[in-house]
Design a binder for this molecule. Structure first.
Ligand code: NAD
Length: 398
């Protein structure tokens, strides 16, 4: 992911005529923190926070709890965040954090201790106007609430603007849960409006999690002519050319089901999903899902990158060669960070907005961002991915 992000920055920077020094400035991180957390049971864990750029505002980015978290992953995600906040047009920078841990192996008490000690280790480097972390993979509003409480105890700050992704009762924003999926719907709608692909469309979705499920649910409600024909989770999933009900799939998942066991439709695995004859392939699971080994199998006309880094650089080049439109992650999944920014803004102003107001603001930011990226891609003859990076570079460099 780090290689892919840096290659895109270098290639796009060169096309924009940037000097080598300017390109390196875009790639370098401002600061990197790493420390060991020892819990009272004696277990030790490696913790990271990378601050990539605060040129446009406080560093902003999630905290991931996962056994595979390492410096390169956190660097890649921090870099993507700076470009994402720039494309989205919000006054925030880019950062990311993580702890190399499998949270499922920890008791609730140990998880709370770990979360609080993470904040103790970073207290001088974070805060409402310095660096505003949020949840990411395996972290949630409960973990963030513990972190906010620890930060308040250490700093005396009571604004709640030190973290986003809090529970609603603790200053979180309405609309945050659905924001990334909803944002994906807005971006796809805008691109379809501009492209030659008109009329009803079919889509196949990899990754029925937070992002993927809200994408499908919002699409079902707002675009009845977008037909969901396949959906998978890590167990595999189902295909039905006549269409699947997002609401039924969501209920099945919420009741603890695996999509491989969903009874309506033909069983498929995650590789078969890529080969399906659907207009749009929505990637909402993990990084590197499409690479040079499986890209030839893709039949979709559009790939929507809802996950972070789901297409490798070689995969992206092959999609371009096949004239498949690849809508990049830094635009397609920016809805999450936009509503995180709106949460921070509400906390700073001491306000609580209605969900309708949050959704209207999200719509405004993403419609404008998508139109700007699309126009740049046409004007400068760039792919959508290059155009998104170009828009961000121009804003980060000036
Ligand atoms: P999640 O854990 O809720 O969902 C991930 C889903 O992917 C799960 O259903 C899981 O079963 C499935 N999955 C895992 N491996 C798979 C595989 N090999 N094939 C198919 N499905 C597989 O996570 P999420 O919050 O929905 O995040 C998904 C992606 O979106 C991640 O890359 C994340 O970084 C990115 N993202 C999330 C947000 C957000 O607001 N949650 C914002 C921006 C980007």
């Amino acid at each position: 992911m780090l290689d892919t992000a840096r290659k895109l920055i270098r290639e796009t920077g060169r096309k924009l005529g940037l000097s080598q020094e300017q390109i390196e400035q875009l790639i370098n991180t401002d600061a990197e923190h790493n420390f060991e957390i020892e819990l009272s049971d004696g277990n030790k864990y490696h913790a990271f926070r990378v601050q990539h750029s605060n040129k446009r505002g406080p560093y902003k980015g999630g905290i991931r709890f996962h056994p595979q978290v390492d410096y390169d992953e956190v660097r890649a995600l921090a870099t993507l965040m700076s470009f994402k906040t720039a494309v989205a047009g919000i006054p925030m920078g880019g950062g990311k954090g993580g702890i190399a841990v499998d949270p499922k192996e920890l008791s609730k008490e140990a998880l709370e201790e770990l979360s609080r000690k993470y904040v103790q280790g970073l207290k001088d480097h974070i805060g409402p106007d310095k660096d505003v972390p949020a949840p990411d993979v395996n972290t949630n509003s409960q973990i963030i609430d513990w972190m906010v409480d620890e930060y308040e105890n250490l700093s005396g700050d009571r604004t709640k603007a030190s973290f986003t992704g809090k529970s609603i009762k603790n200053g979180g924003s309405l609309g945050r849960d659905a924001a990334t999926g909803r944002g994906g719907v807005i971006v796809l709608r805008e691109i379809l409006n501009k492209s030659s692909i008109s009329g009803p469309i079919t889509f196949a979705l990899q990754g029925w999690g937070n992002v993927g499920s809200f994408f499908a649910l919002v699409a079902e409600k707002e675009h009845p002519d977008w037909k969901l024909v396949a959906a998978t989770d890590s167990s595999g999933g189902v295909y039905n050319a006549n269409g699947l009900s997002a609401e039924d799939l969501d209920k099945f998942k919420k009741d603890g089901g695996k999509l491989a066991d969903f009874m309506i439709g033909k069983k498929i695995d995650n590789q078969e999903l890529l080969r399906l004859d659907a207009d749009v392939l929505v990637l909402a699971a993990l990084e590197n899902a499409v690479d040079e080994n499986n890209v030839d199998e893709i039949k979709a006309k559009i790939v929507l990158e809802l996950a972070n880094g789901p297409v490798t650089y070689l995969g992206y080049e092959a999609l371009n060669a096949k004239e498949v439109m690849d809508i990049p992650d830094i635009l397609a999944n920016a809805g999450g960070v936009i509503v995180s920014y709106l949460e921070w803004a509400q906390n700073k102003a001491g306000e609580h907005w209605t969900e309708d107001k949050v959704n209207k603001e999200l719509e405004k930011y993403l419609t404008s961002a998508t139109r700007q990226v699309y126009e740049r891609s046409k004007k400068d003859k760039l792919s959508l991915k290059e155009a998104a990076f170009a828009e961000a570079i121009v804003r980060l460099i000036s």
